[in-house]
Write a protein of this length. Structure first.
Length: 205
């Protein structure tokens, strides 16, 4: 049994420092100040979710043929889908790659000029380099493709589509587009694939 006088002293000391230790709080909830069990039926207090924010980012694309290795493998799947993909809705965002120091795994962004949501599920060596050297944002969006995109004519069509929707010349480009991090769920969405094999590239909103 925990002595109530000791607990009160610990709590007062914690408050004086600006915070009550979590372990003390849990003990208080479990035994009460008088030593008798207390029902812990109160809902936990959760930290508020961060609101939307914006950054300027160099926006590039990659697909089946220029993934490393070629295919749909990704570094950190965030849901039941085990490879790169997604439709671009808030509920089913498309894979994107960046340095994990830029954005945490599974963090969602919204790209206004693409009218799609994306989720951080993959790594990007050039993004790593740019963030480490310049501390500037680069996001590499999944364009699509399939096994046939390792060969012409689909290979060329996919790579051209990636170039079509790249925005900016480098992470230092002052005209890089503005991207929303942790966006709301009700932004405009285009459901068409960015690239549809064998050779169709999305023409824009």
């Amino acid at each position: 049994m925990v002595d109530a006088t000791v607990l009160r002293a610990v709590v007062r000391a914690g408050v004086a420092r600006g915070a009550v230790a979590l372990g003390v709080g849990l003990t208080l909830a479990a035994v009460g100040l008088g030593g008798a069990p207390v029902a812990a039926d109160a809902a936990p207090v959760m930290a508020p979710a961060p609101g939307p924010s914006t950054v300027q980012a160099f926006m590039t694309l990659y697909g089946y043929v220029d993934n490393s290795p070629p295919g749909t493998d990704i570094a950190h799947p965030c849901g039941p889908r085990r490879g790169a993909g997604g439709t671009g809705t808030y509920a089913d965002p498309i894979t994107f790659a960046t340095d994990v120091h830029e954005l945490a795994w599974c963090q969602v962004i919204y790209v206004p000029y693409m009218e799609r949501y994306f989720i951080h599920e993959d790594e990007c060596s050039q993004c790593d380099h740019d963030w480490k050297k310049f501390h500037l944002y680069r996001f590499d969006m999944w364009a699509g493709g399939d096994a046939a995109s390792r060969h012409q004519p689909e290979k060329g069509a996919l790579l051209r589509c990636e170039r079509t929707w790249t925005r900016g010349n480098s992470v230092k480009d002052p005209d890089n587009p503005t991207i929303t991090i942790d966006p709301p769920s009700d932004l405009p969405v285009t459901s068409a694939p960015i690239f549809s094999p064998p050779t169709t590239c999305w023409s824009g909103p």
